[in-house]
Design a protein around this ligand. Structure first.
Ligand SMILES: Cc1cc2nc3c(=O)[nH]c(=O)nc-3n(C[C@H](O)[C@H](O)[C@H](O)COP(=O)(O)O)c2cc1C
Length: 324
């Protein structure tokens, strides 16, 4: 089954989740090259006074990325979000994604992210105003509701479809759950039954077999991977291959993994420059090292975390990979 979002037919059913601090340009490009059918930017709040900040400079750089480019916007007011959407088009968006899934305080204290789900009429106003502001497809990311007694994702999904939203991704937790417990897929299944637009299931999916089980259970059009891709971007090829062929992909040769990992670290360094590049590469190095050799990671981490020169960081990590 292929996923159609407006004029775009996605190349696979497995998508990278938007993750602030992770789904930046180097990581998006890497995941796309490894089989993600769509990647979505980190969420951006595009306001005139924020456009000159360093954060926006990096978050709004999509040069060289494969189409369709999906930019996620966040906010709490219809006009503000419509403005963000129009600006995102100027920055290269082919698809606008609206964040109603994030429980982060910074977003929710302003009643944005998943807190918006409490106010269905505001949701309707916001979605209509964003859809009307741009000529490109608008998608929505949300949770199952705001707490266990208020799982209103199916109702919001219908409002969204009515407003012209062209795809939904649902994280199988409520806002109150934060990241506690396990994601559930019953509400996602109910959402699939409530609308005709593609629905993407998200939450705690960590393997190809599980991806298939979630797809079969929910009847969703695709699945979205977040944390399981950190330090493990090969998960996209593994899931894509399994969904397309029913066969488990042979494990990726370590030498190839090493080359891809080092290229990724180099791209982070080049994209962000010396100061930020060094710092932002650290967590990816830690994730890769954890996946490859969990036993010795603490020891290695103590050393590499102290390095303040990006060339030295790269060399040390390379040496570490070479001795595995
Ligand atoms: C570090 C981090 C940052 C995130 N940032 C965003 C974000 O900017 N926008 C958003 O809609 N969701 C965000 N999320 C939620 C993820 O997109 C996803 O819904 C969630 O992690 C569940 O999927 P997973 O179990 O595959 O990680 C973030 C999650 C994490 C762990």
């Amino acid at each position: 089954m292929s996923i159609q979002v407006g004029p775009y037919k996605l190349s696979s059913q497995v998508l990278l989740a938007p993750m602030a601090g992770t789904s930046d340009k180097p990581f998006r490009m890497l995941c796309r090259s490894l089989g993600a059918g769509l990647t979505t930017s980190e969420m951006v709040v595009i306001q005139a006074h924020l456009l000159r900040t360093n954060k926006s400079k990096y978050r709004l750089d999509f040069k060289g990325e494969k189409s369709p480019i999906s930019i996620q916007i966040a906010g709490s007011e219809a006009q503000e979000l419509a403005f963000s959407a129009k600006k995102a088009v100027e920055y290269g968006a082919d698809i606008i994604d609206i964040n109603m899934g994030c429980p982060a305080k910074k977003v929710c204290s302003k009643a944005a992210g998943s807190a918006l789900m409490q106010d269905e009429s505001l949701v309707q106003t916001i979605l209509e105003s964003v859809v009307n502001a741009v000529d490109i497809p608008v998608t929505l990311k949300m949770r199952t509701g705001w707490d266990i007694d208020n799982k209103n994702a199916p109702a919001i999904a219908q409002i969204a479809q009515q407003a012209g939203i062209q795809m939904l991704s649902i994280h199988g937790r409520t806002k109150a759950d934060k990241y506690n417990g396990m994601a559930e897929y019953d509400t996602i299944q109910a959402v699939v039954g409530a609308v005709d637009i593609p629905v993407i299931a998200n939450g705690d999916i960590t393997s190809a077999k599980q991806a298939k089980q979630v797809l079969d259970y929910t009847k969703a059009s695709g699945i979205m991977i977040g944390r399981a891709a950190q330090g493990n971007p090969w998960i996209f090829s593994q899931i894509d291959h399994y969904l397309k062929t029913g066969k488990i992909l042979d494990s990726i040769p370590f030498e190839l993994k090493k080359t891809i990992i080092l290229q990724h670290i180099q791209q982070i360094h080049e994209f962000y420059g010396d100061f930020l590049g060094l710092r932002l590469a650290r967590k990816h190095i830690l994730w890769y090292a954890t996946h490859l050799d969990e036993k010795h990671v603490q020891e290695f981490w103590k050393t590499i975390n102290k390095i303040t020169d990006r060339k030295r960081q790269f060399e040390l990590f390379k040496d570490y990979l070479n001795q595995l």
